[in-house]
Design a protein around this ligand. Structure first.
Ligand SMILES: [Zn+2]
Ligand SMILES: [Zn+2]
Length: 350
């Protein structure tokens, strides 16, 4: 099959033929119809995230956002058969630990990310382990590009909004309007929050408005904390930090009203290496809540897919470009320069 492989960090991916994957007893082989190019792939390619244990052993085929059709199933797989239309969360669960058993597959004790721990979906075929547990059937209304669009960033934004515990009319500030941020804005708007988008790029803020942000703040030109407090008359009920940068994390926490909730989604880069400072006395004095949000548990897919099938959520609107496997190096280089807008999805593999 044709695939793109990271051979060496920061060097162009090698695009060419590799052996087809074969299924073990619990594995499912999926013919990839659409495969998203995520900023996490860029981080893997740059060599970030050793402190998270997320440095892939090279060579590896990246890609952890996909929609496709079941091609072959292992002998023990019971719930899927060739021809089924499927997607999967980027984080694959073991199915038997206490977190998987209690519906929190995103907290699996043996969690593995396809495209990081083993080969992913920048390829014609991908092997998904524990297929019965990890694969999700797609409703007829949900096409493959949409499935790729929800594989990581969109479902992460969705779960982030769930974690924000919003009431209708609440003010939600989304810091960073990349893929996760735009997704959070769309979902936050759909659940009745008043969303404020913060970024340093006016074109991205314009996209944020299209996805339902009622106000935008360009952090290059404005003091974010003051602007949020003014717009919200006292501070946001919740905020989502989708960048992993010390300054934006501080802006997020300091922009909350008393009792507000900061949801951390963004993972840091080499500058922070996983450690940031927090205004901890303000957390105490204002009874702020700081929560993390990782991916989206398998159990939240039914709601997510139903809302998409009904047209209440439209992840496809975030797909700015369909590209071919041969274009992945160009897209990664654009990510280095923050020149990608919305999602780039591979739909051509030959
Ligand atoms: Zn598990
Ligand atoms: Zn991702």
């Amino acid at each position: 099959m044709r695939a793109a492989q990271i051979i060496e960090q920061r060097k162009p991916l090698k695009i060419g033929n590799v052996p087809d994957p074969t299924p073990g007893p619990h594995d499912v082989i999926v013919k990839v119809e659409a495969s998203g190019i995520c900023r996490s792939d860029w981080h893997a390619w740059m060599g970030d995230w050793e402190w998270l244990g997320l440095s892939p052993v090279l060579p590896i085929i990246p890609g952890h956002e996909m929609g496709g059709v079941v091609e072959a199933v292992g002998a023990e797989v019971k719930n899927f058969r060739p021809g089924d239309r499927v997607t999967t969360p980027f984080h694959e669960g073991c199915s038997h630990c206490s977190n998987c058993q209690s519906g929190h597959s995103n907290r699996c004790d043996n969690l593995q990310i396809y495209g990081f721990a083993y080969d992913g979906a920048y390829a014609e075929y991908v092997k998904i382990p524990n297929g019965d547990f990890n694969l999700v059937k797609l409703p007829d209304e949900v096409d493959f590009v949409t499935a790729a669009a929800i594989g990581c960033r969109y479902m992460t934004g969705y779960h982030g909004v769930v974690r924000a515990n919003l009431q209708p009319g609440d003010w939600l500030v989304v810091h960073g309007t990349g893929g996760v941020g735009l997704s959070s804005i769309q979902v936050g708007n759909a659940v009745g929050a008043q969303v404020i988008a913060v970024d340093v790029d006016d074109a991205k803020l314009e996209m944020a408005r299209k996805e339902g942000a009622v106000a935008t703040i360009n952090a290059r030109n404005e003091n974010v904390v003051e602007a949020v407090k003014q717009i919200t008359k006292g501070g946001a009920h919740a905020s989502i930090e989708a960048l992993g940068i010390q300054e934006t994390i501080l802006n997020s926490v300091l922009s909350l009203r008393k009792g507000g909730r900061h949801v951390q989604i963004g993972l840091t880069t080499h500058n922070e290496a996983g450690i940031v400072g927090l205004p901890i006395d303000a957390v105490t004095a204002q009874e702020l809540e700081i929560v993390g949000s990782l991916g989206n548990p398998r159990t939240e897919y039914d709601g997510l897919l139903a809302l998409i099938a009904q047209g209440k959520l439209n992840p496809r609107s975030l797909v700015s470009k369909e590209v071919s496997l041969d274009d992945v190096n160009d897209v990664l280089n654009d990510m280095t320069n923050f020149r990608t807008y919305g999602f780039n999805v591979i739909t051509k593999f030959k």
